[in-house]
Design a protein around this ligand. Structure first.
Ligand code: SF4
Length: 60
């Protein structure tokens, strides 16, 4: 099971992660991304983390 974390002090709320994988990421009313599930059957979450422009996502 993946341990996915978002650094809220770094996330800009750009929405890229949520656009790439809405099963796992959601941009909340607070304008920050949140993890809503720790797994996705169709995405490589590490790849999505690598695409975050400010490297706010860590996957362990
Ligand atoms: S891609 Fe990164 S900066 Fe953009 S909403 Fe997701 S965690 Fe935040």
């Amino acid at each position: 099971m993946a341990n996915i974390k978002i650094d809220e002090s770094t996330c800009t709320g750009c929405g890229l992660c949520a656009a790439n994988c809405p099963d796992v990421f959601e941009v909340g009313d607070d304008g920050l991304a949140h993890v809503i599930s720790d797994k996705c059957t169709s995405c490589d979450i590490k790849e999505i983390a690598d695409q975050c422009p400010v490297n706010a996502i860590t996957v362990q």
